[in-house]
Design a protein around this ligand. Structure first.
Ligand SMILES: *Cc1c(COP(=O)(O)O)cnc(C)c1O
Length: 428
């Protein structure tokens, strides 16, 4: 089920007023929904001591949202300097932040160590040599290669650029130990938008098997295992929800079994983005043009600059036409933006009620990897973000981009370099 009935009940009665006040297009996020999902996640893992969610900041990198998530006691998963800065801006420090970068540069490591530090998650053995400072604790990202199947969005693990290989696993921690590191974690991230809880349980088991091997070979007891993000949400009306409760219970069972055998158990970490915020955002856009050629097109005032997933992954986002229910008069339309890119479509051959210019379209499940993924190709600007607060107020938490923003990187003092002249000047 896409957008919940409860979110609809909160948003729909006030939507015309919100539109009148802020204008379209906008993403609007639902504080109540985000808090409820956070509570459900905690409840599902209540029997796992040391459970902690590290919200994947890239999914919805807005400090107003991050503050809500921090209030729930969650940490942040960052993979860029900007994400570190945002997390620290809302007060996260040290163990509150997991830095899961890949192809990491020296300046990124510097930012990770600065300002209260964070948990460093290394994507490769070769990065150990490049750390200018030895962290108290090291975590590696593990890639099982052919041992696991992966899924559509993220691809096969063996073809993914992330993580250390299975044969490097022991050697990676051996080298970290040789550098004097004494505290360890293990991370993996294998799937994206996976709604089968059994796959995630299998990941817990895989990581527990690995740390059992590391204990035997290297004598180290891991402080935590991190099963990554990738928990799925139902984008289509017919999609079933992930059974988060069973995932939590089965993970608890595996950890207890591990403890019975080894006398200790690691904490369990997870870094979901989509699961926490995805269903709690919608993109509201207005129909501005209709066009009948080989197909019927409905042009709206948002473009893929506001939501890339349909164009990039062929992803389905459910659409409601505000105030128009299914009446049997639906016809198949392509809902399109204004980019000179034929994949600038929010929906392709989608049965929708008859749409008139001026109608509002509610494009659903844009609370993760929505606004954040937007780009400026073709000079298309990204829209504003609004937050529907628990008390019913609506706040603008990011303004729309302007042409001045778009042109700002062209405004700088001249810096001219003439290589030919400098050769003449400095040649012996
Ligand atoms: C993107 C990402 C996540 C979050 O993925 P979701 O599908 O939003 O849960 C978590 N961890 C890492 C390392 C990521 O790159």
């Amino acid at each position: 089920m896409p957008m919940s009935e409860a979110f609809k009940a909160r948003l729909n009665p006030i939507l015309p007023d919100i539109v009148a006040h802020f204008g379209t297009p906008f993403h609007v996020y639902d504080e109540v929904g985000i808090r409820e999902t956070g509570a459900r996640l905690k409840d599902a893992f209540r029997d796992v001591q040391g459970f902690r969610e590290y919200f994947a900041v890239k999914a919805l990198p807005n400090p107003h949202i991050l503050s809500i998530i921090r209030e729930m006691g969650f940490g942040f998963d960052c993979s860029s300097v900007a994400e570190l800065v945002l997390s620290r801006q809302v007060g996260a420090r040290g163990d509150d932040i997991m830095f899961t970068s890949n192809n990491t540069s020296a300046s990124e490591f510097e930012a990770a160590f600065a300002d209260g530090g964070c948990i460093i998650n290394l994507d490769d053995i070769s990065l150990l040599k490049k750390l200018r400072q030895i962290p108290v604790r090291i975590c590696f990202r593990y890639n099982p290669g052919e041992r696991r199947s992966g899924n559509a969005i993220i691809g096969k693990p063996a073809e993914a650029k992330y993580g250390i290989s299975d044969t490097q696993f022991i050697e990676a921690y051996r080298q970290a130990m040789a550098l004097g590191v004494q505290r360890f974690g293990l991370h993996t991230m294998l799937v994206s938008n996976e709604r089968n809880h059994a796959y995630m349980v299998e990941t817990v088991k895989m990581l527990l098997d690995l740390i059992t091997t590391a204990k035997r070979e290297l004598g180290i007891a891991f402080e935590f295992i991190n099963i990554g993000g990738g928990l799925g949400i139902p984008y289509r009306p017919e999609d079933a929800s992930l059974d988060i409760h069973t995932l939590g219970q089965e993970a608890a069972g595996l950890l207890n079994q591990f403890e019975a055998q080894h006398g200790y158990k690691p904490d369990l970490h997870m870094e979901s983005g989509r699961y926490l915020t995805g269903p709690h955002g919608v993109l509201v856009t207005r129909a501005i043009n209709q066009k009948e050629t080989y197909r019927h097109y409905v042009g709206v005032d948002a473009s893929m600059s506001a939501l890339m997933r349909p164009g990039m992954y062929n992803a389905y986002h459910h659409i409601d036409v505000y105030g128009k229910n299914a009446t049997g008069e639906e016809r198949s339309v392509d809902v399109v933006g204004a980019l000179c890119e034929n994949n600038d479509k929010f929906a392709v051959q989608r049965p929708l009620p008859p749409i008139d210019d001026g109608d509002l379209l509610i494009i659903q499940d844009t609370g993760a990897h929505g606004h954040a993924m937007g780009f400026n190709y073709n000079g298309r600007l990204r829209p504003q973000e609004l937050l529907l607060r628990s008390n019913g107020d609506v706040e603008r938490i990011r303004r729309a981009e302007t042409l001045d923003d778009y042109f700002s990187t062209l405004q700088f003092p001249p810096n001219r370099f003439s290589p030919v002249q400098s050769i003449q000047t400095f040649a012996p």
